[in-house]
Design a protein around this ligand. Structure first.
Ligand SMILES: [Zn+2]
Ligand SMILES: [Zn+2]
Length: 142
């Protein structure tokens, strides 16, 4: 399963002719293994178990790469990261974040997205960064 995701990511990178270096693959794999939201600091600690020399810039550069190519998402309200449920393409996003277990449900409803953008347009507002995140308690934690 995880092997397959890494393989899929490798194929996407080949197709787009972008370099999927060993460290990028390693951080991608770590993201796949997370159960919900994870902070850069937590990822660094995990990375250091394999590579004691890993430094914050290492992890941030890899995360920037994964963000740029739509493999992962940034959760603004948690200052954390999330594996994309259907990575490899850009898509509208709304997040439901459980405050108890940090599980994140990723929604990608184009109707919500379009309605939000439409309202902004009516207010003559130019959106440069759009974040739709809701906090609460997930089904399992209720
Ligand atoms: Zn996604
Ligand atoms: Zn929960």
């Amino acid at each position: 399963m995880q092997e397959t995701l890494l393989q899929r990511a490798t194929d996407i990178c080949k197709q787009k002719r972008i370099r999927f270096t060993a460290i990028r693959q390693r951080v991608f794999q770590l993201m796949v293994e997370q159960d919900g939201a994870v902070s850069a600091y937590e990822l660094l600690e995990q990375l250091q178990q394999h590579d004691a020399n890993a430094k914050p810039p290492t992890i941030y550069r890899a995360l920037d790469f994964l963000l740029e190519h739509h493999f992962i998402h940034r959760i603004e309200s948690l200052n954390a990261y999330l594996m994309c449920a259907h990575f490899g393409c850009e898509h509208p996003m709304q997040l439901l974040i459980c405050d108890k277990c940090k599980k994140v449900i990723e929604l990608s409803d184009p109707v919500i997205d379009a309605a939000f953008s439409q309202q902004a347009k009516q207010a003559h507002f130019q959106i440069t960064n759009k974040v739709l995140e809701a906090h609460g308690i997930c089904y399992n934690c209720q």
